[in-house]
Each structure stands twice: as structure tokens, then as C-alpha cells.
Design a protein around this ligand. Structure first.
Ligand SMILES: [Zn+2]
Ligand SMILES: [Zn+2]
Length: 448
């Protein structure tokens, strides 16, 4: 472990131990999406359309995370393609009136000025009910440098006020180190309020469990990203990201003596033109909003409180399930939760973990050659079946698990049998909620 991480780790352990003991009565759950694109990069509508969509659907916070750009300064954009495809200007006028956009002509092209985050904040933020948190998607590729997208290593820096653009690197490992160094040098004195999540590890098979396990600064990883090509549920070559997450966390705690990475669910929205009736039909949704989100526990809806709570793991991820209660009692070492059920649905709660005496014996599968003839390294195959094993299953809406000292970490996952699930490229999105790993502080300190 690098010395630079020793103090933050101590603080994280201390804060988690205090935080998870009992929920404070003034705390509330806030719903948010931390991965959203707009016309500032490759999203297909204006930032105000994104803010309007999420606010009107009851979200409490939103991060516009465009590729390598913050929504600052004057930015004029030719939107003729978007007007042709999706009538973005016409729809904007319908929604906000004739004078809602600043338009100019340059070299025979019509350009629209994109609103800055400050303008979006003035238009949409409401104290206590909706806020925007500044962020961007660090976007760069590793691998043979001149070949773009060979290993796309993307991550979201959330609650950040300065832009830093990553450069291409020779390997995924180097790229993660490079991004961590950039983040570190641009957040001096403020790192506790910045949440940094690795995005879509299975996108172009870019990031394996072993690489993720060894990257010390990562706070979170997208265990479910609802956009096209992200393979969150795995495919014939790779396991689900949820499985990769368990492998990475087992390796982090047992081998690298690092705290676990927390699991996030996000939309990675690019497309604001999906008809409402497609959400529960046989139509495939492509990069649409409203499919996967996080619920963060905080006593106040402000950017620093939300991101600090996320850094402490005080949130869960969801694709359709809301929890009424979620506690980890540090003294009793008991994780308990209760679902806020919807009528006519059956719920199952599973507790998942790895044991302290887990064997890390594994084989590395041969990399496979993809359609671009690029060799893709795979995560290891671990012989000990107890890695990420199911410790207890409860059919119902309430369950608890008391740790007995043999666990490296434990987390809970809830599933439900909702009908007409939204369809994406990988198939129906399962209706789930994932809580964060608990009980790992003692494992890290070497106590039972
Ligand atoms: Zn991305
Ligand atoms: Zn993205």
C-alpha cells in the first residue's frame, strides 16, 4: 500500500464505523443519476432537457457527466443533425417557448449556444428537492495508442470543479494510475467530497477484476450501467460486473489490504427521445434515462453531503427496488434491511460474501480475440466456490444477517419478479437493489 493512501484509509474506516452504527433520524434517502450525457458531448439533447427529465421524474440530484468537458464557458454547437433526427430545437421551443435558445449563423451553419451548468442550476435547482452536482467522464483509451477505443477506460469524477483530461496510455493499469494521479493532484484538500467511479468495466472488455482490485483510489464501480454495449450482465466471454465486483473486493481486502469498491447503478444516458410506451414493451431501449440509479443517505441535499455519503458507502444501487430500511449495526455486526414493497410482487433477499480464509488460487483464462482482432484479457477463474457465495436467502421483504467473524465482507442483494421489465441490448433489466459490502473494516484490521 502506498503511504499516501494510509491516512485516507484510516479516516474511511473510522467514518464508516461511526456512520453505519445507526441511522440518524434527520437522514433521508436521495435518488440520483451520476452518469448523464448531453449535447456538450455525445448526448442527443440540451442539458436543460436532461435536467427537466430527471427533475420531473422525482430524482433529487443529477450529475451531467459529459466526455472530458465541464459545462462552462461559451459553447456554440451545430445541432442540425439533431434537429433532423429528433427535432431538438422544435421540441425545445414547444417546451420552453420561442426565446429559450440563443441561435446564430456561422459559415452558413446554424449554431445554438449550449447553456452552462450555472444557468441550468438557476433554472432547475430547488433547495431541499433538486440539485445538480458538477462532474465529467474521464474518457481515454489504453492499448496500442494510435488505435482509439482499444481499451476504453472511462471513469466519472463527481463534485469536481476543474477539468483534467487524461492522455492515452499503453495499458489499462497505467491508464487507471494516470487517472488516479490526475484526480489526486486536482482535488488537494477536497478529495473526501469527490466521488470517483469506474465506468462500465465490461465495455470492450476493458477492465478485469484483478486490475480493478489493485487500483487503490477508486471509490466506486458501475455494477449496472443501462446503456448499450456495457455488458453489465456479462456475455459468453465475461462474467457479470456484479461477479467481477465480488472478485475485485475479495482481492482488495484479502490481498491488497484496501477498502472495497462500492457498487453504483447508472443510466449513462445519451438518448432523450425514447417514447414512454417503449419502457415496458418488447422495444429495445437504447441509452435511455430512468433505468438504473443510486439512493444516497444524507441529512442534507447538497453536493458535498451527497458525495461524502457516497465515499463512505452510505448508498445503495437500484434498478427498480426501494428500501424502507437499511442498517449495519457495528456492535451487533448485523446487516438488516426491509423493502418498500409494490403490490403483487415477490421479493427475495440474498446475503453474499467471501470468507476470511478464502483461497485465492486461480487460473487466468486465455485472452480471446474479438471482432476487431484485439486480444482481450479476462478476469481470473477462482477455485474456491465460496468467493462471492450466497450466505443466506430469505423470500420476503425483510431480512437480516449477523456476521459471525468468518466473513471478509457481506453485502445484500434484493430481487423481485416484476413483470414487463424494460429491455436493453443485453435482455430485460432485472429488478434489483444492491447494498454495499459491510464488515470489512475488521477484516482489514486483521481482527475477527
Ligand atoms: Zn463511458
Ligand atoms: Zn458515459
Amino acid at each position: 500500500m502506498n503511504l499516501r493512501h494510509a491516512l485516507p484509509l484510516f479516516l474511511v474506516l473510522l467514518v464508516c464505523a461511526l456512520k453505519q452504527t445507526a441511522a440518524n433520524s434527520s437522514e433521508r434517502w436521495f435518488k440520483g443519476n451520476t452518469h448523464t450525457h448531453t449535447l456538450w458531448s455525445d448526448g442527443n439533447d440540451f442539458p436543460e432537457t436532461a435536467a427537466d427529465w430527471y427533475k420531473s421524474k422525482g430524482y433529487d440530484f443529477l450529475v451531467l457527466s459529459d466526455h472530458n468537458v465541464l459545462q462552462r464557458g461559451a459553447r456554440w454547437k451545430d445541432v442540425s443533425k439533431h434537429e433532423r433526427e429528433n427535432k431538438v430545437v422544435s421540441k425545445h421551443r414547444e417546451r420552453w417557448g420561442k426565446n429559450g435558445l440563443e441561435i446564430r449563423t456561422r459559415d452558413g451553419k446554424t449554431q445554438v449556444r449550449l447553456k452552462t451548468l450555472e444557468e441550468i442550476r438557476r433554472q432547475f435547482e430547488e433547495p431541499g428537492s433538486f440539485i445538480m452536482i458538477e462532474g465529467f467522464e474521464l474518457t481515454a483509451s489504453a492499448g496500442r495508442i494510435e488505435k482509439k477505443r482499444e481499451f476504453p477506460v472511462h471513469s466519472n469524477a463527481i463534485n469536481i470543479e476543474r477539468l483534467f483530461v487524461p492522455q492515452a496510455k499503453g495499458s489499462v493499469h497505467e491508464m487507471l494510475e494516470h487517472q488516479a494521479d490526475l484526480l489526486h493532484s486536482h482535488t488537494v484538500g477536497k478529495r473526501e467530497e469527490v466521488f470517483w467511479h469506474l465506468n462500465h468495466p465490461n465495455f470492450h472488455y476493458a477492465v478485469t477484476a484483478e486490475i480493478m482490485a489493485a487500483a487503490p483510489d477508486i471509490d466506486g464501480v458501475e455494477i449496472f450501467n443501462a446503456s448499450t454495449g456495457c455488458k453489465s450482465l456479462g456475455d459468453e466471454h465475461v462474467p457479470s460486473v456484479e461477479r467481477i465486483w465480488d472478485i475485485a473486493n475479495t482481492l482488495r481486502i484479502k490481498k491488497h489490504k484496501l477498502p472495497p469498491i462500492f457498487g453504483c447503478a447508472t443510466d449513462d444516458t445519451h438518448n432523450y427521445h425514447t417514447p414512454e410506451e417503449h419502457y415496458h414493451s418488447d422495444k429495445e431501449l437504447k441509452n435511455a434515462p430512468g433505468l438504473a440509479w443510486v439512493m444516497v443517505r444524507s441529512d442534507s441535499l447538497d453536493k458535498d453531503s451527497i458525495t461524502s455519503a457516497m465515499r463512505q458507502g452510505d448508498f445503495y444501487s437500484s434498478t427498480g427496488i426501494t428500501l424502507r430500511r437499511l442498517e449495519y449495526d457495528e456492535e451487533k455486526r448485523e446487516l438488516s434491511l426491509e423493502v418498500d414493497p409494490q403490490p403483487d410482487r415477490n421479493y427475495q433477499i440474498r446475503f453474499i460474501g467471501s470468507p476470511i480464509d478464502i483461497s485465492l488460487d486461480h487460473t487466468m483464462p486465455k485472452p480471446f480475440r474479438d471482432w476487431k482482432r484485439v486480444m482481450r484479457p479476462m478476469s481470473g477463474i477462482y477455485a474456491d466456490e465460496r468467493l462471492g457465495g450466497v450466505l443466506k436467502t430469505v423470500d420476503g421483504t425483510k431480512a437480516s444477517y449477523r456476521l459471525n467473524g468468518s466473513e471478509l465482507f457481506v453485502r445484500a442483494v434484493v430481487s423481485c419478479d416484476a413483470p414487463n421489465l424494460p429491455l436493453i441490448d443485453a435482455g430485460p433489466i432485472p429488478c434489483m437493489a444492491w447494498t454495499q459490502p459491510v464488515g470489512w473494516e475488521k477484516s482489514l484490521r486483521g481482527e475477527k
